[in-house]
Design a protein around this ligand. Structure first.
Ligand SMILES: Nc1ncnc2c1ncn2[C@@H]1O[C@H](COP(=O)(O)OP(=O)(O)OP(=O)(O)O)[C@@H](O)[C@H]1O
Ligand SMILES: [Mg+2]
Length: 430
């Protein structure tokens, strides 16, 4: 397996080289920066392993430039966890939190090789449709869903807030599908994905001859969404100058293509989304307060997955089922321990991360039961809260035994109330 490793720190790079030279099956080529790597890596490489924090082009830019041509594993320090989450957005499946030991890296590489092999040999049976089947049964999600369903029937602007991967786009879609505009277009536009100087023409369109390169007229997204819903994603990234124009379009309910003197009436419902802190951006003069109020008629705050403990396993089971079908396996299940890992992990990349972790576990587990090893969450810094819990369980068991099951006496020794202890006994199934 031919692997490119990109790491600016010379010590780290050299130690990786030395450690990996023990493995005959890996042909390693290391690079001290992304630019050098880009010049040298060709299709003979099967995997790219990269640091994130690097001078010059950083790991995220690097992954964007690779544009999905290679599978990528990220190595990151804790400080760049936020960026590791971005990398999940870009399709990265595994990231390793530094410091990690060589076995962890080797394990990650072997997993990747295995996944590639299985994916090549097993044609997908069925693609997973993400539009239907809205997953989520937690109370917090249900109450948001209720508001969303109510708001869907109106034309009120909705602002979706929440961390990356919590399902803001899924929600936007859901609202559109449940609105009176469902049969009309749903147009999504991601402010972060369009270069600043092109956003205006993308949104409002232009006439032929409006500028040097405009050899054809182009219809803007506002016009395309007419009658339907316009989803403005990552609005925190919207350039300040464009904000005023969007506000005007929304207030006047009309747009004008660049280079045209004619206004066009538009009837759209706006849903916007961001994981940025808009209040802070307003404070810093980066986001217009008037636009904020215009977009934020109904704010919906989608909680992170780790705060939806009661549905992590349900969602995981659903994804498991979908993927077993997709790859043509008999239905697998999570072992008890695997379930504990799923519950203890913090899911910084939320549902997007859960989907990718479960998909890989399905591919990698040989048996019907998915084990913690197949989930591979320790490399991502899974907090071993389970260990503390099992220590507590052992302790309670021991004390109870020495007191012949007398809860009152045991509670005295343990220094907790009998009620508290009884609860713990129930929780731990002692
Ligand atoms: N409630 C849900 N039911 C089913 N799938 C979901 C749900 N929420 C999210 N997903 C899935 O998780 C992934 C991420 O969702 P989505 O793109 O909507 O997140 P997001 O909040 O827009 O993230 P970002 O801020 O990174 O753009 C998608 O594959 C989506 O299908
Ligand atoms: Mg999104």
């Amino acid at each position: 397996m031919k692997i490119a490793i990109v790491e600016d720190d010379i010590n780290m790079r050299k130690s990786l080289e030395i450690a990996m030279s023990d493995f005959e099956e890996f042909e390693i080529k290391t690079f001290k920066n992304a630019k050098d790597a880009l010049k040298s890596i060709d299709d003979s490489f099967e995997l790219v392993i990269t640091d994130i924090n690097m001078p010059g082009m950083d790991g995220i830019e690097f992954i964007k430039t690779l544009n999905g041509r290679f599978e990528v594993i990220i190595m990151t320090g804790n400080a760049t966890l936020q960026r590791a989450i971005e990398s999940i957005h870009l399709g990265v499946k595994d990231f390793l939190l530094k410091p990690f030991d060589v076995e962890t890296l080797v394990h990650a590489i072997k997993r990747e090789g295995e996944v590639q092999k299985v994916k090549k040999n097993l044609p997908k049976k069925e693609t997973i449709s993400t539009h239907n089947g809205f997953l989520g049964t937690s109370e917090s999600l249900q109450s948001i869903l209720k508001i969303a369903n109510k708001a869907a029937k109106t034309d009120a602007s909705i602002l979706l807030l929440g961390q990356s991967g919590v399902g803001k786009e899924v929600f936007a879609n859901h609202i559109h599908e449940n609105s009176t505009r469902a049969k009309k277009p749903f147009i999504a536009i991601n402010m972060a994905a369009i270069p600043d100087n092109l956003i205006e023409s993308e949104l409002f369109g232009f006439e032929k001859g409006a500028f040097t390169d405009a050899s054809e007229a182009k219809i803007g997204q506002f016009e395309l969404a007419n009658g339907g819903t316009l989803f403005l994603d990552e609005i925190g990234e919207m350039p300040y100058a464009v904000q005023a124009k969007i506000l005007r379009a929304l207030q006047e309910k009309e747009v004008r293509r660049l280079g045209s003197s004619k206004s066009i009436k538009i009837d759209i419902r706006i849903i916007s989304a961001t994981n940025a802190n808009l209040a802070e951006k307003i404070q810093n003069g980066e986001f217009r307060e008037d636009l904020y109020y215009r977009l934020n008629t109904i704010p919906l705050n989608i909680p992170p997955l780790k705060d939806r403990q009661d549905e992590i396993l349900q969602i995981a089971d659903k994804i498991l089922e979908q993927n077993c079908k997709k790859y043509g396996f008999d239905l697998k299940t999570f072992s008890k321990e695997a379930q504990e890992h799923l519950l203890a992990y913090t899911w910084p990349g939320n549902i997007r991360e859960l989907i990718s972790v479960v998909e890989r576990a399905v591919i990698l587990s040989d048996s019907h039961e998915i084990t913690p090893e197949a989930l591979f969450l320790e490399s991502r810094g899974l907090k071993k809260s389970k260990d503390i819990k099992s220590m507590e369980k052992d302790l309670i068991q021991e004390v109870l035994k020495s007191e012949d099951g007398d809860v009152e006496k045991a509670s005295e020794i343990l220094g907790m109330s009998t009620i508290h202890l009884t609860k713990k006994i129930q929780i731990y199934g002692i």
